[in-house]
Design a binder for this molecule. Structure first.
Ligand SMILES: *[C@@H]1O[C@H](CO)[C@@H](O)[C@H](O)[C@H]1NC(C)=O
Ligand SMILES: *[C@@H]1O[C@H](CO)[C@@H](O)[C@H](O)[C@H]1NC(C)=O
Length: 212
């Protein structure tokens, strides 16, 4: 290769890289929380109004434990940290009381990392044919692939703390008990479509606020 070709090659390489680097560095769109949220996220706040506080959330502390699962959560998504808008990342802190759990749920639009910070926690996801379950301790990081039904259960003698990271700035969460027993789908339809006993469904509807 002649020298001129080599130079042209590197010039071409550079010019193909530079615009990307520049656009990546400037490519943020802080959420304008005063405008409605769309399926694609929030509209961008005018750049002159963006401040460092759009990128800082203070209050990543223990959430109050709620019944019946005895776990407190502090969820930091784009609604609470507008700088996350469009960046594809969010976080959650979970404080699991003794014998507490994070009930079976899935995030259809986000893969999750669970990072154990304190205590001992059984973390798992389940598929129709296989159970992926690990009794985890501080220092363990567990990957939960997008869409998989998963749960956490405190397996230690004391409380447990975990942090989670999501591959979405606004992950949705489907808690199995709420989907089944927290709405007005009728007991008879639930019974027919799940084969659960009517008495059990009524008990769970009472616990999760479902009607019918
Ligand atoms: C927990 O509940 C207490 C008492 O209601 C309240 O003062 C506190 O702010 C709550 N903590 C969080 C993190 O919400
Ligand atoms: C936790 O569960 C164990 C086993 O069921 C029980 O012996 C213990 O009393 C429970 N502890 C609390 C604080 O609920």
């Amino acid at each position: 290769m002649k020298m001129i070709h080599i130079i042209l090659f590197f010039v071409g390489l550079l010019s193909s890289c530079i615009p990307n680097v520049i656009s990546v560095n400037n490519d943020f769109c802080v959420a304008d929380l005063s405008l409605p949220k769309t399926r694609l996220g929030y509209q961008c706040k005018s750049e002159k109004d963006v401040t460092v506080d759009d990128f800082v959330f203070s209050g990543y502390v223990a959430g109050n434990a709620t019944k019946p699962f005895n776990t407190g959560t502090t969820f930091v998504n784009v609604d609470r940290l507008p700088g996350l808008n469009g960046l594809g990342i969010a976080t959650l802190r979970g404080d699991i009381g003794i014998n507490g759990t994070v009930p079976l749920h899935s995030h259809p639009d986000a893969t999750e990392l669970v990072i154990i910070v304190e205590g001992q926690v059984n973390v798992g996801f389940i598929t129709p044919t296989k159970v992926f379950l690990k009794d985890s301790k501080p220092g363990d990081v567990i990957a939960i692939p997008k869409g998989q039904l998963h749960f956490l259960a405190n397996s230690g003698a004391g409380k447990a703390i975990f942090f989670a990271a999501f591959s979405s700035s606004d992950p949705s969460t489907h808690v199995l008990d709420l989907v089944l027993f927290g709405n007005d789908l009728s007991t008879s339809v639930i019974s027919k479509t799940t084969l659960l006993d009517v008495a059990q469904i009524q008990k769970l509807k009472a616990a999760f606020g479902g009607k019918n």
